[in-house]
Ligand binder design. Structure first.
Ligand code: NAP
Length: 277
């Protein structure tokens, strides 16, 4: 576990690039004013990682907010993702270029395969390797990869993904996947850490949150951080963006961490890669 976690704490990825452990998610953050305001608010509050995707339709707004913030480009870490209909070597290269242009950036920090599309993902990974080699992105990784998807990739490539971004929360404690990633030096990044809001009224979570004088959302985010994963809670609301960032001045006890582990009920609030061949 990282000893003292701060909002600007970074993890060193397997290619040496440093990635903030805490960032803003932007799925369902509407294009236009909503995303621009959310990203700007987050950057002003100290967030330094912004997670977007071609599929979210808000890359232009993310790029605009980054420029408007006045924060040096190299101090901000931008992740975007290859959408499912853009798989294949040439299509993936072209899709990356479209994303890069929409973001208005000369490079992307982390480019991920959004979903392990059967039959095409190995070819797409070759395209990401090319992008990495050409300096168009600083790190490449995957998303929604289960252990067998990762094994297939590792058997077909010498480039180990820097990151695997998957759904992860106490309600979906994918311990085996976490251990697999750790053993292969792949940084796990937790999406939907707030269960998209579904479990925030769970009485046992509320009870624990009140012991720490914290909100249920803050407990869920802190649990991920103390399990040494990166985390990208989404909010488009100023108060909640600030609330979600206020997780660095308290520690969940080892006993309560274990209690949270036991909340696991295999709850998926996004799509389910566990059945993806
Ligand atoms: N790679 C993938 O396949 C994948 C899939 C899903 C998500 N992601 C990434 O991970 C990010 C986070 O996941 P997510 O957006 O699915 O879900 P999430 O972060 O678990 O939850 C977001 C929801 O919770 C609400 N919320 C945020 N903070 C709150 C708080 N403090 N108290 C109460 N409600 C709160 C938000 O509403 P408001 O906006 O109104 O605050 C929103 O409805 C995404 O935005 C995206 O960047 C990736």
């Amino acid at each position: 576990m990282i000893k003292e976690i701060r909002i600007d704490t970074k993890v060193r990825l397997n290619n040496g690039v440093e990635m903030p452990i805490f960032g803003l998610g932007t799925f369902q953050s509407r294009s236009g004013k909503e995303t621009r305001a959310a990203v700007l608010c987050a950057l002003e509050a100290g967030y330094r990682l912004i997670d977007t995707a071609a599929m979210y339709g808000n890359e232009e707004d993310v790029g605009e907010a980054v420029r408007k913030s006045g924060i040096p480009r190299e101090d901000i870490f931008i992740t975007t993702k290859l959408w499912n209909s853009d798989h294949g070597y040439d299509k993936a290269l072209a899709a990356f270029e479209t994303s890069r242009k929409k973001l208005g950036l000369s490079y992307v920090d982390l480019y991920l395969i959004h979903w392990p599309v059967e039959g095409l993902r190995t070819e797409s990974w070759r395209a990401l390797e090319t992008l990495l080699r050409d300096g168009k992105c600083r790190a490449i990784g995957v998303s929604n990869y289960m252990t067998w998807h990762l094994e297939e990739l590792l058997n077909n490539s010498s480039t180990i993904p820097a990151v695997n971004q998957v759904e992860f929360s106490p309600y979906l404690y994918q311990k085996e996947l976490l251990e697999f990633c750790r053993a292969h030096d792949i940084q796990l990044e937790a999406y939907s850490p707030l269960t998209k809001g579904h479990m925030l009224r769970d009485p046992k979570l509320i009870a624990m949150a009140s012991e720490y004088s914290k909100s249920p959302a803050q407990i869920l985010i802190r649990w991920v951080l103390q399990r040494a994963m990166a985390v990208i809670p989404k909010s488009s609301n100023r108060e909640r963006i600030l609330e979600n960032a206020d997780v660095f001045a308290f520690t969940i006890s080892p006993e309560d961490m274990e209690a949270l582990d036991s909340f696991d009920e295999d709850l998926r609030t996004s799509w389910d890669p566990s059945t993806a061949p």
